[in-house]
Design a protein around this ligand. Structure first.
Ligand code: SF4
Ligand code: SF4
Length: 69
């Protein structure tokens, strides 16, 4: 898994546009009640597609600190 050491992180400035949710290949990111994108770290493969798609630029890719897949 090439990006297994990366994890997407959503900041509180999320505007709930759902762009990230639509591009995530793993279903790792959902917009909770239209309020904010919420990430499931165990599903995220660190591909960076959500960060590239976010029009508000509020997703950053960080190094994982856990050992989730
Ligand atoms: S980095 Fe990839 S797998 Fe992780 S939440 Fe973003 S689009 Fe989904
Ligand atoms: S693409 Fe960015 S602004 Fe839109 S829901 Fe996802 S994190 Fe929030």
């Amino acid at each position: 898994m090439p990006h297994a050491r990366k994890l997407a992180v959503v900041s509180k400035e999320c505007v709930a546009c759902e762009c990230c949710m639509k591009v995530c290949p793993k279903g790792a990111i959902v917009v909770d009640r239209g309020m904010k994108a919420v990430l499931s770290p165990a599903r995220c493969i660190g591909c960076g597609k959500c960060a590239a798609a976010c029009p508000a630029g509020v997703i950053t890719m960080s190094q994982r600190k856990d050992n989730a897949q």
